[in-house]
Design a binder for this molecule. Structure first.
Ligand code: ADP
Length: 194
């Protein structure tokens, strides 16, 4: 991690439940660190909005709070990471979301002779997550969809915490604070000044 910080690049994953603030933090951190924030959720929502073939495939799954299949996501992420702005690093928000996706990410990075520097886990208690998500009022933020996304998160994504802990890549950050305080805590964790 310190190596990456010195050379200016950073390859990081932001992990956290829906409503944990990953997307917001990814944007602020990207500006501070100089690598792109890559949000698979935003990419898929754009695809739906544009009515692209990818959008047509994922629209129903997203509206129900389910997960798009790993094979399709692998293509999306491989293409995105191949763009020149990700050459020195990236902040991945919303990927990987399953243990299969973690293995795929590892393989994609391996082909490029790269590896992850750090996985940042934003910790936020469940009642706060539901409150935040419902207040956000996006199309896929109705309360029952929010609850389904949380259920899917616990089942499919939470095992990644232990996975990255074993690899000694996981750093936990208390996400129940102001946006600015969380950004500052993350930058400290990365060994950078805000
Ligand atoms: P949030 O951060 O609020 O959970 P996202 O914006 O990351 O939501 O994603 C919105 C939706 O897009 C998810 O509920 C899921 O349907 C789909 N999605 C995004 N990323 C992935 C992924 N890595 N694998 C499968 N589905 C995904």
């Amino acid at each position: 991690m310190a190596e990456a910080a010195r050379s200016g690049g950073l390859r990081a994953v932001l992990l956290g439940a829906p409503g944990s603030g990953k997307g917001t933090q990814a944007e602020f951190l990207a500006a501070a660190v100089g690598v792109p924030a890559i949000s698979t959720g935003a990419m898929l929502r754009d695809a739906v909005a544009m009515g692209s073939p990818l959008g047509a495939k994922v629209e129903g799954i997203m509206a129900a709070g389910g997960l798009v299949d790993d094979g399709l996501m692998a293509e999306v992420v491989r293409d995105r990471l191949a763009r020149p702005d990700a050459a020195l690093g990236f902040l991945l928000d919303g990927y990987p979301r399953t243990t299969g996706q973690a293995a795929t990410l590892d393989a994609i990075l391996g082909e490029r002779r790269e590896s992850l520097d750090v996985v940042l886990m934003l910790d936020v208690p469940e009642p706060v997550l539901v409150e935040r998500a419902v207040a956000r009022q996006r199309a896929d933020d109705r309360e029952e969809v929010v609850r389904e996304r949380l259920r899917v998160y616990r089942e499919k994504t939470e095992p990644l915490v232990e996975h990255y802990e074993r690899l000694n890549l996981l750093r936990r950050v208390d996400g129940e604070r102001s946006v600015g305080e969380v950004t500052k805590a993350i930058l400290e964790t990365l060994g950078r000044r805000s």
